[in-house]
Design a protein around this ligand. Structure first.
Ligand SMILES: [Zn+2]
Ligand SMILES: [Zn+2]
Length: 73
C-alpha cells in the first residue's frame, strides 16, 4: 500500500474530499508522475481500479511504478 504522508510534517493524511493534513491545516492533491519521462499522469478510473496514462509516452503505466507526490492546493 502507498502511504499518504504530509510532505511538511510527515503526519498521515486524512481523507476529506481530498487529502488533508490536520496538523498543518493544508489540503493536498495526489499527483502521479511517469516513472519514464516524469510527465504528470492522467488518472483513469476503470472498473473500480485506477490506472495511470502518460500522454507523453502514450501508454498506461503500472500503478506500482508510478511516482506519487503531494501538491498543496
Ligand atoms: Zn502536515
Ligand atoms: Zn511518460
Amino acid at each position: 500500500m502507498t502511504e499518504n504522508i504530509c510532505p511538511k510534517c510527515q503526519a498521515e493524511l486524512e481523507w476529506d474530499a481530498g487529502y488533508v493534513c490536520q496538523a498543518c491545516d493544508l489540503k493536498y492533491n495526489k499527483i502521479g508522475n511517469c516513472p519514464d519521462c516524469s510527465s504528470q499522469l492522467e488518472k483513469l478510473q476503470a472498473c473500480g481500479a485506477a490506472s495511470y496514462f502518460c500522454n507523453t509516452c502514450n501508454e498506461l503505466k503500472s500503478k506500482s511504478r508510478v511516482q506519487f507526490k503531494f501538491e498543496q492546493r
